[in-house]
Ligand binder design. Structure first.
Ligand code: ASP
Length: 453
């Protein structure tokens, strides 16, 4: 687990402390009089809001390069494996179906429970002011759903699409770019793939740097909001967390076992139980990439998935298959729309499903990897991206939980592919012994967050 600036303090603990301290101090200030206290307006204007703004700016600057590089490289890599087209199709089919199911579950829950509805007009107005102050200039781009939305998917000028953060345009161009790479002579294709990979890694590095600021920034963001808005907003945030966790629970204990039982024809709960070390690693690292080593090993030693299938499906899944993330994105977009008083039509919610799946595919498998992309989805449906500041404080906990879904989903996909390729996953699986060691006597390793970077 990566350390923070104070010796002995992990980044995760520091962020949680920032969240708690920010909420407690903000609420305290709110109870004492909020903005009416003389020191509060300058504190908000010159310290806490600028800090939040800088943090959001750092995350936002990575969005376009990250989406472009990771999607184009992902597609190119798939094309590279043309000979394995059959496996590729099955894998992608499983990924897309499980991710779409996840977002739909999330959207149904958020429509039923409506965690973001019921803010008083006064609070909403204040919220608009607070988040507008945190705005990172030039990235708001409301969109209406209609035929023009479909036409706009094909950008006339990809650079303009990038500059305006027109996400669908960027994604479309990235997909074509990736397909184009597969048509190049191997030497040129490899070159481009390496460049894309390197861009990806640099963006992940920048996100890592931004995360060093996270504890202080989360304090500042939560403080700015609670000092002005008080308890009403915190209650709503709690309900939002409950909705996300409920959705993740349904996906984990319902959809994934159902898909695994039906498609891989194996007893799903026993399968999930054997995959528990993978889940623990994902939970403690919040990173699909950092969990890859563990899932590769356990898939082969405990789950009976043959190496050539594990070696293909799991790395692809660590980058592209994120059903926990897709669900989280769908819920968050609708929640923040509700908070902002933006009503999303059924058509726009359809766009949210599509964008959540696409951006979950494009998200980096590192802690907080989906946040910049989520900001793009928000902008695409007309919600101010800076509203993300509201949920950043609680995101760490949600990230740990959704990453578990992300990696367990990969293993389920691998089991399905293995079964259809004539292998019997989970057949004679030697279970781990009571002391937690596997049959080779090795204790499952917990890779560090920094290993993902
Ligand atoms: N932390 C997630 C993962 O690595 C990505 C995200 O949702 O931010 O799978």
């Amino acid at each position: 687990m990566s350390r923070w600036l104070i010796p002995g303090l992990s980044l995760r603990t520091a962020i949680l402390l920032g969240l708690l301290l920010g909420a407690v101090c903000g609420l305290g200030v709110n109870l004492l009089g909020g903005s009416a206290l003389p020191f509060v307006p300058p504190l908000l204007a010159y310290v806490t809001r600028p800090l939040g703004q800088i943090f959001l700016g750092l995350l936002t600057m990575t969005v376009v390069p990250l989406v472009f590089a990771s999607l184009a490289a992902g597609v190119a890599r798939l094309g590279d494996l043309k000979k394995l087209g059959r496996i590729g199709l099955k894998t992608m089919g499983f990924f897309v179906v499980s991710m779409a199911a996840a977002v739909v579950i999330g959207l149904v829950l958020v429509n039923l429970i409506r965690p973001g509805v019921g803010l008083s007009d006064e609070t909403r107005q204040k919220l608009a002011e607070v988040t507008r102050d945190q705005a990172v200039p030039g990235e708001r781009k409301p969109a209406q759903f209609g035929i023009q939305t479909l036409v706009n998917i094909v950008p006339r000028n990809p650079i303009r699409a990038a500059a305006e953060m027109d996400m669908l345009g960027v994604i479309f161009f990235a997909l074509l770019f990736g397909i184009g790479i597969t048509a190049l002579p191997a030497r040129h294709g490899e070159l481009l793939l390496n460049v894309l990979q390197a861009i990806n890694e640099v963006m992940v590095y920048i996100i890592g740097l931004a995360m060093l600021l996270a504890p202080v920034a989360v304090f500042a963001l939560i403080f700015s909001v609670t000092a002005e808005l008080g308890l009403e907003l915190l209650r709503m945030l709690l309900l939002y967390v409950v909705v996300v966790l409920l959705g993740l629970g349904i996906q984990f204990f319902g959809t994934l076992p159902l898909l695994t039982g039906m498609l891989a024809r194996i007893p799903p709960y026993a399968f999930l139980w054997k995959a528990r070390d993978i889940a623990i690693t994902a939970f403690s690292t919040s990173s699909s990439s950092a969990t890859l080593a563990t899932s590769m090993r356990i898939a082969q030693t405990h789950l009976g998935i043959p190496p050539h299938i594990a070696g293909f499906v799991l790395p692809l899944g660590a980058t592209m298959n994120m059903n926990g993330t897709a669900l989280f994105e769908g819920v968050t977009v609708l929640f923040l729309a509700q908070v902002s008083g933006v009503e999303l039509t059924l058509g726009q919610q359809g766009i949210v499903v599509l964008l959540s799946v696409l951006t979950a595919i494009g998200a980096a498998g590192v802690p907080g990897g989906s946040i910049p992309l989520l900001m793009m989805v928000l902008a695409s449906v007309g919600v101010e991206p800076e509203r993300i500041g509201l949920i950043l404080g609680v995101d760490r906990l949600l990230d740990m939980c959704r990453t578990v879904l992300n990696v367990v989903g990969d293993v389920c996909a691998a089991a399905y592919v293995a079964r259809t390729e004539g292998q019997t996953p989970a057949a004679p699986i030697p279970g781990p012994s009571a002391d937690g060691k596997d049959e080779q006597g090795a204790t499952p390793e917990l890779p560090t967050e920094s290993a993902a970077r």
